[in-house]
Design a protein around this ligand. Structure first.
Ligand SMILES: *Cc1c(COP(=O)(O)O)cnc(C)c1O
Length: 397
């Protein structure tokens, strides 16, 4: 939180200073540490997809403003992907909207759908843009905390469905869901999602669901899109993105799928944010989405292997490891190391071990709930993760 921003920044955004990622990435650079803070891959996605972008650029496709809803090729590819994988049918012309990454999709959805004072129930800890976008829309966030649970499959963060039900009031406009969940790595089960769906139907709520990690689920976990559950398609705005799935986070190509009335509303806000973005990249992502199943399987397998390396290293260093069922983050508990304050721990980690991580508390309204948790990203090359694991052993003494 930079105090220098305070004199000018308005009240809606006053609590949101510079993001922790900027601070921690600067710290990584300054100290020559391995940066496992921000979640971006250290290798680019498939060469063919990169070449597809080059081709589009050379052939003059997308170098000028693309159509407001996105290029038809990409909208068709998004619709085909939802149908092929999930049996969800969307009309590419009226029910798909291309955005400047999932970030713009989240912003536009909240700006379009919320009246000032509306309450948004969101799973805490949450992706940092949620709180800021709810604030910009004049909404009120109502966090429901995912809590550590020590089950048979090892520790994980779970949703308390009674708490979720209790959080819904007469002023609740929408549920903001994220599965697979960043930063905890939790993948909501079909039972949990069914309960969320029943609640949304019963209380007539809209649902915005951030599914950018839909292709990153491991072991027995299954990604169930909320829109596939009974009564949900008509009330759900589903958000996807190419950044995480194809390892091109800089391209900023995301999308929304929803019934046409909802897409129309979201587009009304989106047209005054970026209007359009990423022209040539939209063509490349259209090709990427049509990749054979072997691409997605290999990608998942690669990330699973990386998870193994980092999770093992963290356990050996003495952390309690919440082995993620999805995403490319692993959350740890630092208390076995004799630590309680994730902020202080992350600020000292570069000095102590030459590694940068993110204190999960930044993703909480109830800072104290998140205090002992620290997140590490494993979307890095195996030798980098091995070196990080080696360095972290210093903590075990
Ligand atoms: C990375 C991320 C985003 C942002 O995606 P972009 O397509 O890069 O804008 C949104 N939600 C979650 C949960 C993320 O981890």
């Amino acid at each position: 939180m930079t105090s220098s921003a305070r004199p000018f920044l308005n009240r809606r955004l006053a609590e949101f200073g510079t993001t922790i990622f900027a601070e921690m990435s600067a710290l990584a650079t300054r100290t020559g540490s391995i940066n496992l803070g921000q979640g971006f891959p250290d290798t680019d996605g498939p060469e063919e997809i990169r070449e597809a972008a080059v081709r589009a650029l050379r052939e003059g496709r997308g170098n000028q403003y693309p159509p407001g809803p996105g290029v038809p090729e990409l909208r068709t590819a998004v619709a085909a992907h939802q149908l092929r994988r999930y049996g969800l049918s969307y009309d590419p012309d009226t029910e798909v909207l291309v955005t400047a990454g999932a970030t713009e999709a989240i912003a536009a959805s909240l700006l379009a759908l919320l009246e000032p004072g509306d309450e948004v129930v969101a799973l805490e800890p949450y992706y940092d843009s949620y709180a800021a976008c709810i604030a910009m829309a004049g909404g009120r966030r109502v966090p429901v905390t995912l809590r550590p649970h020590h089950g048979e499959g090892g520790p994980s963060f779970r949703l308390d469905l009674d708490e979720l039900r209790a959080a819904v009031t007469g002023r609740t406009r929408l549920l903001l869901i994220n599965t697979p969940h960043n930063p905890t790595g939790t993948v909501l089960t079909r039972e949990e999602l069914t309960a969320i769906a029943e609640l949304a139907v019963e209380r007539d709520l809209l649902v915005v669901t951030d599914e950018v990690y839909e292709h990153l689920v491991f072991d027995d976990a299954e990604h169930v899109p909320l829109a596939t559950l009974p009564g949900m398609r008509e009330r759900t705005v589903t958000i996807g993105s190419a950044g995480k799935t194809f390892s091109f986070t800089g391209w900023k190509v995301g999308w929304v799928t929803a019934p046409s009335a909802l897409v129309t509303a979201v587009r009304s806000a989106k047209q005054f944010l970026t209007y359009v973005a990423s022209g040539p990249f939209q063509y490349a992502v259209a090709e990427a989405l049509a990749s054979p199943e072997s691409y997605f399987t290999a990608f998942r397998e690669d990330m699973r292997a990386k998870r193994e390396v980092l999770a093992a290293g963290l356990a050996e260093a003495g952390f309690t490891v919440f082995r993620p069922a999805g995403t490319y983050f692993v959350t740890t508990d630092i208390r076995p190391l004799g630590e309680t304050d994730g902020f202080a721990f992350c600020r000292s980690l570069p000095e102590r071990a030459g590694v940068v991580a993110i204190p999960n508390a930044v993703f909480y309204d109830h800072r104290e709930e998140g205090a002992p948790f620290v997140r590490f990203a494993f979307c890095k090359q195996i030798p980098v993760l091995e070196e990080a694991a080696r360095r972290l052993k210093a903590l075990a003494g």
